[in-house]
Design a binder for this molecule. Structure first.
Ligand SMILES: [Cu+2]
Length: 107
């Protein structure tokens, strides 16, 4: 009995040992400016949101390289956001300007 009391005093049976590892979802802003994604590559977690903000004077149109998803056409001054629901590394381009390339990867 003295042994058990000692363990409780050490906090071993207190139930406080479960670490809080999950973090809150983050918002990541990718600026579209001068026909480029800035930053071009970001690291995200599933459940995070990526926001693309078109600061150019022309529309842009994002498509993942493998064609798995597309944004609507993002008009000048508009933005579009997407919740990350997939893991791994994903490259994307602008359909209108295929030299525009970006990527996001999950950590
Ligand atoms: Cu474009």
């Amino acid at each position: 009995m003295r042994f058990i009391v000692g363990l409780i005093a050490l906090g071993i049976f207190s139930g406080e040992a479960v670490a809080q590892t999950a973090s809150l979802p983050q918002r990541h802003v990718v600026h579209i400016e001068a026909f480029a994604f800035q930053p071009p590559q970001i690291i995200v977690s599933p459940g995070d949101t990526i926001v693309w903000v078109n600061q150019d004077i022309v529309p842009h149109f994002i498509s993942i390289a493998e064609g798995q998803w597309q944004s609507p056409i993002i008009e000048e001054g508009q933005s579009w956001e997407m919740v990350v629901d997939q893991t791994g590394s994903h490259a994307y381009i602008c359909v209108f300007h295929p030299k525009m390339m970006g990527a996001f990867a999950t950590n």
